[in-house]
Write a protein that binds this ligand. Structure first.
Ligand code: PLP
Length: 364
């Protein structure tokens, strides 16, 4: 089979998703399944929908268009504030978008009027992580102006933490979001149907038994695909952490010194730390590199240690074991390695499901 390839087990993704959908349902929270790390794969999106997510979310309009082309009719939310240059596509393909800029909402309104559609808007609030969001003190003014725009429906508010600065979702910032929802409803005499508390980083808080207040939706990507919570990257009990693996092939296998010789300057990717002297080692080269994935985010199988990587070569120490050329090595990618591999045209995507007789190639 072709290498390198991502092997994607749909049954495991479906199990992970169903488990979290059920756990969160008991806390009054629905799940928006985030497909951005799946590159909008209709097969993967289908697994999330079968497992009970209430909507799909993606940060790229291109991925939403891919899923629409595959005739997925589920509600879809663009979870990054739209580019002005893409408002027409957003209104055409996404039911709802996350927004922080009145200029953008105003252009969404014009685009929606032109095509006689309604477009839903969720206003994102800054609660400390310093990525996207309206400052809480500016929310009321933004709501007032949003409500005046034709063909725009204010669906709710949301926040995103734990992405840029690592600020953890907790009882305090989630209570702040709930209070903002209450206050907007009281001030404007309306009902916000969505209060979207965050991403996989919110799971610890949501499942801790803490008061969930007005939070009624979480947007989950990493937890569904990799079975881990991103705050401490611990496996979530009852979920598979190997639903997606990355398989690559050995192209050189030699015994070499562990230290380079000659005068040492920078490499193609900047300065490197000096190699430890471990005498002669079994140095194996695997045909995958920085063009295909994030080598720092790969967990190798036992007995293999990653020593370095360049654009096309991953160099490993295979602990005194000669690994013949042609051998396939299976790695566990983290989120960063997964996203890079998913978007690399050099990495095949092979979707497996128990119901299939044989693995079927997907995406490309
Ligand atoms: C990527 C993203 C998510 C999903 O994050 P995970 O950590 O993968 O669950 C949720 N919300 C927004 C705004 C995102 O950009």
């Amino acid at each position: 089979m072709t290498t390198p390839r991502l092997e994607i087990d749909l049954d495991k993704i479906q199990h992970n998703t169903r488990t979290l959908v059920e756990m969160l349902a008991s806390r009054g929270i629905s799940v928006t399944g985030v497909t951005k790390a799946a590159l909008g794969s209709p097969e993967m999106a289908g697994a999330l929908l079968r497992a009970g997510v209430s909507a799909l979310g993606d940060s790229r309009i291109e991925n939403i268009e891919t899923m629409r082309l595959a005739r997925l009719t589920a509600p879809m939310t663009l979870i990054r504030t739209p580019m002005l240059s893409q408002v027409n596509r957003v209104v055409e393909h996404a039911d709802v978008s996350f927004n922080t800029e009145l200029d953008v909402i105003s252009k969404l309104s014009s685009a929606a009027q032109k095509t006689r559609r309604m477009h839903g808007v969720v206003l994102m609030i800054e609660l400390g992580d310093l990525r996207e969001g309206i400052m809480p003190g500016d929310l009321e003014d933004t709501v007032r102006k949003t409500l005046r725009l034709p063909n725009i429906a204010l669906k709710g508010i949301g926040t995103n933490l734990a992405c840029r600065s690592g600020v953890s979702p907790d009882s305090k910032n989630m209570a702040d979001l709930s209070a903002l929802a209450d206050s907007i409803e009281a001030t404007f005499n309306l009902k916000l149907s969505v209060v979207s508390g965050g991403n996989s980083g919110n799971l610890q808080w949501a499942l801790s038994g803490a008061e969930t207040g007005r939070i009624n939706d979480l947007r989950l990507g990493e937890a569904l695909l990799l079975g881990r919570e991103p705050l401490h990257r611990q496996p979530i009990e009852g979920l598979y952490t190997d639903a997606i693996t990355l398989v690559a092939e050995v192209i050189e296998s030699k015994v070499k010194p562990s230290q380079p010789w000659g005068e040492i300057a920078e490499t193609a990717f900047g300065a490197t730390a000096p190699a430890a002297d471990r005498g002669r080692i079994s140095q194996t080269i695997i045909a995958i590199g920085r063009q295909d994935t994030d080598p720092d985010g790969l967990e190798p199988p036992p007995g293999i240690e990653i020593l370095g990587a360049s654009s096309d070569h991953l160099i490993v120490d295979s602990s005194n074991r000669r690994v013949p050329v042609g051998t396939e090595i299976t790695f566990q990618p983290n989120y960063s390695a997964l996203v890079r591999a998913m978007t690399s045209p050099f990495v095949a995507k092979v979707v497996k499901s128990r119901s299939d007789a044989a693995p079927v190639p997907a995406c490309q």
